[in-house]
Design a protein around this ligand. Structure first.
Ligand code: ADP
Length: 326
């Protein structure tokens, strides 16, 4: 297998805090190993539109603490077509790029998998998503920061919820995963969480109300994961208004503020370790793998496993929320 000489880096799909720390680590690990680096702007789109620039160590100075991504991110419909991917590959060749590190979520890594198979190009993925929904890694880059943001927001909403003795449904992100909602509920002392993984099994709202979730409390906070399966916070609140009109209900949708902010120490360290591991993996001849972390050990997870494979919710967390919120 030919040695890697020039690696391209891109961030794609939904942005996540810690992506900059990952870009920094990949760049510096490559330069440390005498590999050239090309920053590709706006995800897969930047390959097609030729937004590719040589990166040196100073390109990634002073970014570890910044949220978002200096490489920008985008969604790119053309890359889903063979013609779009051919254009992308031709541009990479023009720039001498012979390997790629893709930082993104499930969709971005699905694109990487297709591209790597079509062009026999070594690609390593880093799990960059606040949703924590990639299989084969205990956590993803950005998840811890988003969780802390949710906790801070819920703490503030609780002040007003308590004053008015209201029932608040707070919607958090997660796409079709309940990690942010469940762990956000535990961390903020919420009374319950409504998550897609459980909504299919039982009526969480009915159970919550029937078990007298309010008991001695004069306000309640319930975190709802955004998802068609849960109906989102609006859907749940509509049901309560119809079926349990005795409650004074309010909805708060946290939205995009969950993606922003300076990454936590945990996300910066995770992104740094994973970024270095991506270059190690390429040097080791690995391809079509996502870097993951399991029990604090870096692992390589084949794309085929990491993508479209449901990551299970730890039942111990459901128990922790039930017990701690009585
Ligand atoms: P995320 O990475 O946050 O899950 P998306 O699902 O929006 O984000 O995917 C980001 C981009 O990855 C898409 O806009 C597209 O360019 C590319 N992509 C996603 N799925 C595929 C696929 N099956 N084939 C090729 N490219 C894809």
């Amino acid at each position: 297998m030919p040695a890697i000489k020039c690696v391209g880096i891109l961030t794609s799909g939904g942005d996540a805090p810690g992506m900059n720390a990952a870009i920094r680590a990949v760049t510096r690990a490559a330069i440390f190993n005498k590999i050239r680096v090309k920053g590709i702007y706006r995800g897969y789109k930047g390959m097609i539109t030729d937004e590719i620039e040589e990166f040196h160590t100073q390109n990634v100075s002073n970014i570890i603490q910044r949220g978002g991504t200096i490489l920008k991110t985008a969604r790119c419909a053309e890359f889903k077509t063979p013609e779009g991917r051919k254009q992308a590959y031709d541009k990479l060749k023009e720039h001498g790029v012979d390997s790629l590190v893709v930082i993104g979520g499930d969709g971005s890594l699905s694109g990487a998998r297709v591209f790597a198979e079509e062009y026999n190009l070594p690609i390593v993925g880093l799990p960059g998503t606040i949703d924590n929904d990639l299989y084969g890694t205990d956590v993803t880059i950005g998840y811890d920061t988003a969780l802390n943001t949710i906790m801070e927001c819920v703490d503030k909403i609780r002040d007003t919820a308590t004053s008015h003795e209201r029932l608040f449904f707070i919607e958090v992100m997660g796409r079709d995963a309940g990690f942010l909602a469940l762990n956000g509920a535990i961390a903020s002392g919420a009374e319950a969480a409504i998550i897609p993984e459980i909504s299919l099994e039982k009526d969480q709202l009915a159970e919550m109300i029937e078990t007298g979730f309010r008991k001695s409390k004069n306000s309640s906070i319930v975190l709802v994961a955004e998802s068609d399966v849960t109906g989102g916070a609006m859907g749940v609140a509509e049901r309560v208004k119809k079926e349990y009109p005795q409650f004074d209900v309010r909805v708060s949708i946290l939205g995009h503020l969950q993606r922003g902010g300076s990454p936590t120490a945990q996300d910066r360290i995770l992104a740094t370790r994973m970024g270095i591991a991506a270059i190690d993996a390429l040097l080791d001849g690995q391809r079509n793998v996502m870097i993951g972390i399991q029990k604090d050990e870096i692992v390589n997870v084949p794309f085929s496993k990491a993508i479209k494979n449901d990551k299970p919710i730890n039942k111990d967390l459901l128990r922790a929320l039930c017990i701690s919120s009585i």
